[in-house]
Design a binder for this molecule. Structure first.
Ligand code: GLN
Length: 272
């Protein structure tokens, strides 16, 4: 089975039917906005943590590849702004936005209330959710509650880490990236991983980790957004370009390339 086919089936069977927005169009994206000064002509330096395939990773030549990378490049083109990526740790992205050293961050980042206190998010661009991964021969783990007292590996600073922190008497071990957390499980040093379902399913599909399966239903429904500094003058141009790509078929083509299926349905215009 092709990797994309596997991912498609796995996502559908988890109930994570990913849907696409039919959204309004807009004018070309480089007009200055009123709030917070003029939109920058570019380049936009865009932070990403490239250890989260299929959203962002490095290929064998060290080039950035992934759904987020293609989408962000397309947004840059649509907005008429040059995009330059900068690799940063996931938990360093929001501090970098706050410090103003990057113009945007795209990194499979879930739009949350807490993050929205310190950064602004684009409209949602992807529907995801957390899943529990366990060893293939684990028959006990069926839910979050069944992880009580167990060891859970997570990526630091993620929604998966926050969810693991709610499990009674669990030992949560944190890693710098999702692949490292999954490796810990695969090595038998953790009982479970709580991570974004599409990323875990991709790691299984590509053989990046072995002996691991996903259990049960998705724990959450989450929406990814592109983060910008609060009151960024570029947010309007970003959202306009994203809306245009959702409408003109470019988003669908990028989606199909990475997930083997066209998105179905609609994304909400806001996640919070
Ligand atoms: N979606 C998760 C979060 O925002 C994980 C993101 C990631 O690891 N890149 O916390």
């Amino acid at each position: 089975m092709k990797r994309s086919q596997f991912l498609k089936n796995a996502l559908l069977s988890l109930g994570a039917t990913v849907v696409l927005a039919a959204c309004g169009g807009g004018d070309t994206a480089t007009t200055p906005v009123e709030n917070g000064g003029e939109a920058t002509a570019g380049p936009w330096v865009v932070g990403t943590e490239p250890a989260f395939p299929p959203f962002e990773s490095q290929d064998e030549n060290g080039e950035l590849v992934g759904f987020d990378i293609d989408l962000m490049r397309a947004i840059g083109e649509q907005a008429g702004v040059e995009v330059e990526f900068e690799s940063l740790p996931f938990d360093g992205l929001i501090p970098a936005l706050q410090a103003g050293t990057i113009e945007a961050a795209i990194s499979g980042m879930t739009i949350t209330e807490e993050r929205a206190q310190t950064v602004d998010f684009s409209r949602p661009y992807f529907r995801a959710g957390l899943a529990i991964a366990v060893a293939e021969d684990d028959t006990e783990t069926t839910s979050l509650e069944s992880l009580e007292g167990k060891t859970i590996a997570v990526q630091i600073g993620t929604t998966g880490a926050a969810t693991a922190g709610t499990v009674k008497d669990a030992t949560v071990s944190t890693f710098d990236s999702a692949p490292l957390a999954l490796q810990e499980l695969s090595n038998g040093n953790a009982d479970a991983v709580i991570n974004d379902a599409p990323a875990t399913l991709d790691a299984i599909a590509t053989g990046n980790i072995g002996g691991v399966k996903v259990v049960g239903e998705l724990l959450t429904e989450e929406f990814y957004g592109i983060a910008m500094p609060q009151d960024s003058p570029n947010l309007e141009a970003l959202n306009t370009a994203l809306a245009e790509l959702l409408e003109n078929g470019t988003y669908d083509a990028i989606y199909e390339k990475w997930f083997g299926t066209a998105p179905v349905g609609t994304l909400p215009e806001a996640a919070l």
